[in-house]
Design a protein around this ligand. Structure first.
Ligand SMILES: Cc1cc2nc3c(=O)[nH]c(=O)nc-3n(C[C@H](O)[C@H](O)[C@H](O)COP(=O)(O)OP(=O)(O)OC[C@H]3O[C@@H](n4cnc5c(N)ncnc54)[C@H](O)[C@@H]3O)c2cc1C
Length: 398
């Protein structure tokens, strides 16, 4: 079948989606392509303000292209200059790789293997870079424009609990005014980025890495930095520019988006004045002047790897960051979210089509579960290798 052709329409009952981040939106859009209506509940407002920068792998661009999401791809900017934020994984984006994005809609199906190849640097095409809010806006805009009858977006609405029986899943949703409602669906895609409202969460394992991030103001030379990195800075939104500038300055060996400083103990155990001092030192190291060190917002972050051993719980399918604890130095979360959300939507579509033929949907869901857990495990192993390497390097310096 032509990879870009829409799946055959199925009169499946409405699917509920918790969370309108990249994973939730990709799930809703892939379901819409299969003719399946969904309602997406998003705790935040329509115009979220998240500004962390995400790198989008060539394989993820292929996936977005297969889904016909050219507008989402247009939001991406090719990564041009050599950056070091993936250095822990031994990945360097080289400047001669980034002349243009080359998404290819004919390449494969939703696949963690293609993503792993991209992360390991085995795909020579350009990565894309964008503020996550810009990507979300693009995906939400496509849903509103292209699928107004199939994707219902409900912002300022939090899924507080999930219940289910053999045929139906029920979500208790709460509006920002405190009003509650119980909504029914055939399946629920849980894409909240953390603990699922079902009550399950990725299990942390292994060592932790402690960071403190400094949310820094954009520097005066934003445009120069942007132009160096993506060539044509004029296409970027102010949010992208801010994220990009912060990202550039924070591009050490320990992540980006803010000026991350790795600590040898949790930030809460370090004297606040000492914390400000290490942040100021780090800023100076990357050539950034802090206007007022006391006014800089410090964000403590503990990174610990972890995952789930079950991605399907009855009629609830976990996707995105719910499947594994995010590990931002390795920059794979949004990419994995696209892969897992798409695969979940395809599994729901296949289950619905099978039911029309009188087949039991549980076999399709069991296969999706096994494949998703195995894929998440492989990604986790890659992240673990990067973390071990980073912790080893830290020990060597000490
Ligand atoms: C500093 C930083 C840098 C990063 N860099 C990269 C990178 O370069 N590349 C990359 O691929 N990834 C990167 N990531 C990770 C990436 O941002 C996440 O992996 C990705 O956003 C996960 O997508 P998601 O849709 O699963 O969850 P999220 O993006 O967390 O979205 C979840 C959504 O659900 C909503 N929500 C939460 N609870 C509920 C509820 N109960 N009911 C309704 N809605 C709810 C939230 O408001 C949110 O909008 C980075 C992350 C950070 C913090």
């Amino acid at each position: 079948m032509d990879a870009a052709a829409p799946l055959p329409a199925t009169p499946a009952a409405r699917v509920l989606v918790a969370g309108a981040g990249p994973a939730g939106m990709v799930a809703a859009l892939e379901l819409a392509r299969a003719g399946i209506p969904s309602t997406v509940f998003e705790a935040g407002p329509r115009d979220g303000t998240r500004d962390n920068l995400v790198d989008i792998a060539p394989s993820t661009q292929d996936e977005l292209s297969q889904m016909g999401l050219d507008d989402a791809l247009a939001a991406l900017q090719p990564v041009r200059m050599v950056t070091t934020h993936n250095a822990m994984a031994g990945i360097v984006h080289e400047s001669d790789r980034g002349d243009a994005l080359q998404p290819d809609a004919s390449r494969g199906d939703a696949s963690i293997d293609a993503l792993l190849d991209s992360i390991r640097g085995q795909d020579p095409r350009a990565w894309g870079r964008v503020a996550i809010g810009t990507l979300e806006d693009a995906l939400r805009g496509i849903a509103e424009r292209d699928y107004p009858d199939l994707v219902e977006l409900r912002f300022d609405t939090t899924v507080t609990a999930i219940g289910q029986d053999a045929d139906t899943v029920r979500a208790t949703v709460q509006g920002s005014d405190g009003s509650r409602q119980v909504v029914e669906g055939s399946y629920l895609v849980s894409a909240t980025g953390g603990r699922s409202p079902l009550g399950v969460a990725a299990v942390p394992s292994g060592p932790t890495m402690e960071f403190v991030g400094a949310r820094l103001p954009a520097s005066r030379d934003t445009r120069t930095e942007v132009a160096r990195e993506v060539g044509d800075g004029s296409r970027l939104t102010p949010r992208d520019q801010l994220a990009l500038t912060i990202g550039l300055h924070g591009n050490g060996a320990v992540g980006h988006s803010m000026a991350w400083v790795q600590l040898d103990r949790p930030a809460g155990e370090v004297d606040p004045d000492a914390l400000r001092q290490v942040v100021a030192e780090r800023a100076a190291q990357v050539g950034l002047e802090l206007p007022d060190a006391d006014a800089v917002e410090l964000v403590p972050v503990t990174v610990q790897l972890g995952g789930v051993d079950q991605a399907v719980h009855g009629r609830v399918l976990l996707v995105g960051d719910e499947l594994q604890l995010p590990y931002f130095p390795n920059s794979t979360g949004a990419n994995a979210g696209v892969v897992t959300a798409r695969a979940a939507a395809m599994a729901i579509a296949a289950a619905a089509q099978g039911m029309q033929r009188g087949e039991d949907p549980s076999a399709v869901l069991a296969e999706h579960d096994a494949r998703t857990v195995a894929g998440a495990q492989r990604l986790l192993e890659l992240n673990r290798t990067s973390m071990d390497r980073a912790l080893g390097a830290q020990a060597a310096v000490a």
